[in-house]
Design a protein around this ligand. Sequence first.
Ligand code: ADP
Ligand code: MG
Length: 293
Amino acid sequence: ATPTALLVGTGRGAQMGILIKGPEVLESTRRIDTIVLDKTGTVTAGKMTLTDVHTAAGTDRSELLRLAGALEDASEHPIAQAIAKAATQELGALSTPEGFTNIEGKGVQGVVDGHAVIVGRASLLADWSLHLSAELTEAKVAAEQQGKTAIAVGWDGRARGVLVVADTVRPTSAAAVAQFKRLGLTPVLLTGDNQAVAERIAAEVGITAVIAEVLPQDKVDVVLKLQQEGKSVAMVGDGVNDAAALAQADLGLAMGSGTDAAIEASDLTLVRADLRSAADAIRLSRKTLATIK
Ligand code: ADP
Ligand code: MG
């Protein structure tokens, strides 16, 4: 391969908002047949908003929001920020939790105003023997069927409510998925979120392969497993969560809106928060290589 043509390719990429780490990166796009897409922040905008509050019998809505909001205010997670923001808007300043702990891919816990509070997946609360009532379970299932994420809240030994947060699919994601398919790539949706939510989002953008409920540290294993099955894998992600998987992928693409860790671990950075740039990158790269042969 002549370096000149590859350099022209990387220059053209920069004009298109695609930052390529080195000319040799282009070579790895030749065999890519599978494209793994992180859900939150990649296929979706990752900007969550609180849409519903469901309380257990005897639980006060304001207290639920106050305790959950105070705890989540200490977390950077997009779900946490949505909950903290809604709580602040409704109730004003929030307490500072003590002993705040983030349980990666599951939720948060800590002490707020003397209460031991847990916020996160229902399974995290179940680990502490806090179980959702039939009514709360029903609210959770209904939210998930709409593609929303249900966050369980409990304190002092009881499950107290479900907070529903919703993300929005980026308007260009479905068009991008169609382009991946035309490029001969099989799109796979990868997420730590629950199976029902993942399937709903996947259907909305035209993806049939869904790998859900994957813990952050296990995302890299999903990529590795696909590679062991003989696939050549591109991965698009945005989060700190995604860094190891992006590094493991044959081609790692970071959304420019994402975290530094993701950008650092990737071969390519997409300046625009638009999944169609990933298709542009692969198309450009293949075209550049074709001029070389
Ligand atoms: P994704 O892979 O979609 O970026 P994560 O791996 O970060 O998602 O989180 C997976 C799931 O864990 C979330 O859908 C949520 O149910 C739960 N979770 C993680 N962090 C928090 C938090 N700070 N507050 C509430 N729930 C959380
Ligand atoms: Mg993410």
